[in-house]
Design a protein around this ligand. Structure first.
Ligand SMILES: Cc1ncc(COP(=O)(O)O)c(C=O)c1O
Length: 340
């Protein structure tokens, strides 16, 4: 099979030649010893961008989330998140291993919950109950359809965390997508969060790498957890060089991915038997009334287009750096053949 358009994930991108040159020319040192100048420059830039005191380079978004949960919760504690949250569904039950905490999922539309939804599940101080310690907000919400948290909804949840003494972890794997969609800086979207994870291998084109932004008071424990999880690398500047390049060259262009996602959704909406969820950023979720997700995936693949089955009824197509307008047109035609 000749793969022509890979929409399976926005992690499908490969570093561009220019990004590779930035990676190859980055000054390097031993990151584990805090001596890699490019990692340090990257961390300083991210702390400034996110409006936090410190930022810690981590190899993956999953590790950033797991360090955050372990910072905020311990055995016997509870973390509130959405039913579709990555920390609940896709991190190998990491919360049970690193924080040894239990997750309390909220079932609300499009991955977004309100302050009242949170208030309803905060536990009373009673030995029968777990202790509510942390709320996780995912922005954009992947399982919610690439949805963007409205600022007032986020602010109310953040304020409630502050007054209730709860930590707020922002899983901002796609925070730059939310920032571009709303036209507001990432620091504004992160205001009030205790910790913020941002990923660079989703749409920003890096091979790997993420960051966990946090207050200075949490830095020593976060650094220790990263070491224990095997996340302290050696010449990690080779990755951070690509991440700095992505900040300069691959953020504003996310608007192109959002435009192409809308174009793809528009094309799919014209296909009989396809139902397309609202598109807010680079993710397009849809379902077929005539074919199972597996049949659609296999049918599209036969035409060289890869999409993902996202559960028993849904499919997902992701727009990213390596998909152009022609790719979107090809994908619409392939999915039309696969679904009719
Ligand atoms: C919202 C969200 N958080 C975290 C992650 C974890 O990213 P990684 O698998 O690169 O560690 C993902 C991956 O898709 C994600 O969608």
């Amino acid at each position: 099979m000749d793969l022509k358009v890979d929409l399976v994930s926005d992690t499908a991108t490969r570093p561009t030649d220019a990004m590779k040159r930035a990676m190859m020319s980055a000054p390097l040192g031993d990151e584990q010893k805090g001596e890699d100048p490019t990692v340090r420059a990257f961390e300083e830039r991210m702390a400034a961008l996110l409006g936090t005191e410190r930022a810690l380079f981590v190899p993956s978004a999953t590790m950033g989330n797991q360090i955050a949960l372990a910072l905020h919760a311990q055995a016997g504690d509870e973390v509130v998140c959405h039913r579709t949250a990555h920390v609940l569904n896709h991190e190998g039950a990491g919360a049970a291993m690193t924080a040894r905490a239990q997750l309390c999922p909220l079932d609300t539309p499009r991955g977004i919950f309100t302050v009242d939804d949170v208030r309803r599940v905060i536990r009373a101080d009673d030995p029968h109950y777990p202790r509510t310690r942390c709320v996780v907000v995912e922005n954009t919400s992947n399982g919610g359809g690439g949805s963007v948290w409205p600022l007032p909804t986020y602010d109310a949840v953040a304020e409630n965390c502050r007054v209730s003494g709860l930590a707020l972890h922002l899983d901002g794997a796609r925070l730059f997508h939310a920032s571009v969609a709303l036209g507001v800086p990432v620091a504004r979207l992160a205001r009030g969060a205790t910790t913020v994870q941002v990923c660079f291998s989703k749409g920003l084109g890096c091979a790997f790498g993420a960051v966990l932004a946090l207050p200075s008071s949490l830095w020593p424990r976060a650094r220790r957890l990263k070491q224990a999880l095997g996340g302290c690398l050696r010449q990690a500047g080779i990755a951070a060089g690509g991440m700095l390049y992505a900040l300069d060259h691959h953020v504003e262009r996310l608007a192109d991915d959002h435009r192409r996602a809308r174009a793809l959704a528009g094309g799919l909406a014209g296909i009989a038997g396809l139902e397309v969820e609202p598109v807010e950023t680079n993710l397009v979720y849809f379902s077929s009334t005539r074919r199972s997700p597996r049949e659609v995936v296999d049918g599209a693949l036969a035409s060289g287009v890869r999409v993902a089955a996202a559960g028993p009824a849904r499919l997902r197509a992701c727009l990213h750096l390596d998909v152009d307008d022609a790719g979107v047109e090809l994908a619409v035609r392939a999915l039309e053949r696969a679904c009719t």
